[in-house]
Design a protein around this ligand. Structure first.
Ligand code: KIV
Ligand code: ZN
Length: 506
């Protein structure tokens, strides 16, 4: 069977989702998970776009040796040099350079004629080739480009040395039957098309990214660009979990092989939800909470007789396992450590002691502790951001007919405890107003979401929020069995991230 190359761009296009920015530690965690998932190419970032992005690409390039590590660059020397330097430690580096080709982009964005576009594309690919053999070129907005011109650019860039040609439907405008024609035309009309891998990159503005990608595969495309949870600009990109499962479940139809370990799909989806704070909808295919839930009596009846009546894949195939009771109040250090190791966490001594301390507190509050609780607990403890402000304790008073008030005690970086109190519209607002007074940082809450990590009345609540501080959006996350505490922790986490990001650098 022919192999389809899975090119993941969660860390580049995915990170361009409004509010999805990740810090370097988070990107490394996602990159490790992508490696375990088995994707062939990881587009780790857009190195020229910021020092943080450069750094993340560079760290990932040092860390992973199996997959190809790719960095994005416009067709300019500065961009390509930045990508090349970030990728320098990579065992398998790829430079992905792009230039828009559609009439709309030529006229309004680039103000360039066709021949200039061809010339710049050739120059970009030729320059990228001086750093690595593996060069990918994307004619941006290809799906809205005149087909003759698209063929001309593709032919020229392959001749200049591009080893992968990626055809993006940048604005998610195409439909499957049309996108198929685009790919078929390239195969028919570009004489040197066999010298490169043909890839596709579909956006989801009309909800057709997966369908368009599959149509392109039917027409002969060999690389699919996609993201975990379908993250990406605007409505996102082709969702990795959906396209991979379509190829796997309908192997009878597509007859293509993908090297992805599908049992890691749900865990990586949850990880990306946690680090970006962007949660998938319940009915999202493959990884949504309802993807394997059966409500109607007739369906439940069929399922009890034979799961194949209403399920086309098994929950275990995508890594959905029933929550397992793992530890309780009497579990000791050894059992705790062993389970963390099984879940893939290696903590240093300090982190372990902090996590164990919190585990004991949690075990007092909550009878049963599941894997998801442990994951939340550890991720809460090993945030890579110094705790400039630490929440020591808080008290709130609220109820109907009273003015919600909060008292909060926090410790600053010098070890001094600071206490203050304030009112608010509700207890959460009162806590937030008080934290602002204590820290002297004023923040506007732009997003707030709360959800239960596991089932049951004693489940831990997870709060994800976004704050606008001095015009910059920062996300925070907090977990506790007490939702007010989770809310306070999330706010303090966002403030600490803000202080860390705003610190002076030498
Ligand atoms: O959507 C797009 O066109 C892109 C390119 C940079 C490939 O993301
Ligand atoms: Zn894109």
């Amino acid at each position: 069977m022919d192999e389809i190359i899975v090119f993941d761009t969660t860390l580049r296009d995915g990170e361009q989702s409004p509010g999805a920015s990740m810090n370097t530690a988070e990107k490394l965690e996602v990159a490790r998970a992508l490696d375990l998932l088995g994707v062939d190419v990881i587009e780790a970032g857009f190195p020229i776009s910021s020092p943080d992005d450069w750094n993340a690409v560079n760290e990932i390039a040092k860390m992973l040796t199996r997959p190809v590590i790719c960095g994005l660059a416009r067709c300019t020397k500065k961009d390509i040099e930045a990508a090349a330097s970030a990728l320098e430690p990579a065992k398998k580096p790829r430079i992905h350079t792009f230039l828009a080709t559609s009439e709309i982009h030529r006229k309004y964005k680039l103000e360039k004629a066709k021949d200039e576009i061809v010339k710049l594309s050739i120059e970009g690919v030729t320059f990228a080739k001086t750093f690595t053999d593996d060069v990918q070129f994307s004619p941006e907005d290809a799906a809205r480009t005149e087909l003759d011109f698209l063929c001309e650019v593709v032919q020229a860039t392959i001749a200049a040395g591009a080893t992968t040609i990626n055809i993006p439907d940048t604005v998610g405008y195409s439909v499957p039957s049309r996108f198929r024609v685009v790919i078929e035309t390239l195969f028919e009309k570009v004489p040197n098309i066999d010298k490169a891998v043909l890839a596709i990159h579909c956006h989801n503005d009309l909800g057709l990214a997966v369908a368009n990608s599959l149509a392109a595969v039917e027409a002969g495309a060999r690389q699919i660009e996609c993201t975990i949870n379908g993250l990406g600009e605007r409505a996102g990109n082709c969702s990795l979990e959906e396209v991979v499962m379509a190829l796997r479940v309908r192997g009878d139809h597509f007859a293509k092989r993908v090297n992805v370990d599908t049992t890691r799909l749900v865990p990586i989806s949850r990880l990306v939800e946690r680090v970006t704070g962007i949660h998938v909808q319940r009915n999202k295919a493959i990884v949504g909470a309802n993807a394997f839930a059966h409500e109607a009596g007739i369906h439940q009846h069929g399922m009890l007789k034979d799961a194949s009546t209403y399920e086309i894949m098994k929950p275990e195939d995508v890594g959905l396992t029933a929550s397992r009771l793992v530890l309780g109040k009497h579990s000791g250090r050894h059992a705790f450590k062993q389970r963390l190791e099984e879940l893939g966490y290696t903590l240093d001594d300090d982190q372990f002691e902090r996590a164990f301390g919190y585990f004991k507190v949690l075990a007092d509050r909550k009878k049963e502790i599941f894997d998801e609780d442990l994951e939340a607990l550890v991720e809460d403890e090993i945030k890579d951001v110094p705790e400039t402000w630490e929440l020591l304790n808080f008290h709130t008073s609220s109820g109907s007919g009273t003015i919600p008030t909060a008292t909060v005690r926090m410790m600053n970086a010098d070890g001094e405890a600071v206490t203050d109190a304030a009112c608010g519209d509700g207890p959460v607002d009162a806590i937030y107003n008080t934290i602002e007074r204590v820290t002297g940082i004023s923040a506007r809450l732009t997003d707030y979401e709360i959800r239960a990590i596991t089932a049951g009345k004693d489940a831990q609540g997870e709060v994800s929020l976004a704050l606008d501080i001095d015009g910059r959006i920062v996300r925070g996350r907090g977990v506790s069995t007490d939702i007010l505490e989770a809310s306070a922790k999330a706010f303090v986490n966002a403030i600490n991230i803000h202080l860390f990001q705003a610190r002076p650098t030498q």
